[in-house]
Design a protein. Sequence first.
Length: 254
Amino acid sequence: MSETLRIVLVGTQHPGNIGSAARAMKTMGLSRLLLVAPQRFPHADAEALAAGAGDVLAGAEIHATLADAIADCRLVIATTARSRTVPMPELSAAEAAHRLVGEAARGQVALVFGRERTGLENEELQHCHAAVSLPANPDYSSLNVAAAVQILAYELRLAKLAADSRASAGLDQSAVAAIDPEIEPATQKEMEAFFVHLMSFMGDIDFHKGHSPAIVEQRLRRLFLRAQPSPRELRILRGILSDSQRLLRLPGPG
């Protein structure tokens, strides 16, 4: 799981939070940390608060955008503490952990944490399959991002230990069985290419009739991310779009 499950911190403002998150990860057996546009990193405060997890910091990958950081992932779960205009499946911390651990046996997955003050933007949430929030005190729900990483990392640890126990007892053979590559979900990069093609086609046929396409795009994203089509299924869908464009003599996605 340490190779296939990544923790992604987006737009972190305080370098100390990066160090504390690295420490939280290491205590629970996680090592892959990705940073999206951190405001200050590398930084002495991150090193100081890592407190022995310097190897996690040293191995941290830095990306310009969330899309780049999760391009090869087949499952992406966001953490969020605020109401959203983007409708998403809601998971508890334990549910999110079990789903991530299960999918990590098949391919790359990510758990994403947003900015300290504003969390994840709606555009960033649209890249995610589901969201998890912690049932904090409604009168004081402000939770430090490193503390949130610690809570979710603990749930991931419990889910991994439970999966290992079931597998060793022969009670969960599906978790260790070979997976047919034809039914593995497409990566986020493949999904984004499909969404670009689909939105281009809908624009070409004037589907929106002059209205804003944002709501329709959000709902279609939720539909296809929920379905988790395989790469072969995406090729079929894109083939349909391409043939329709050819028959209608439309230019294609570019």
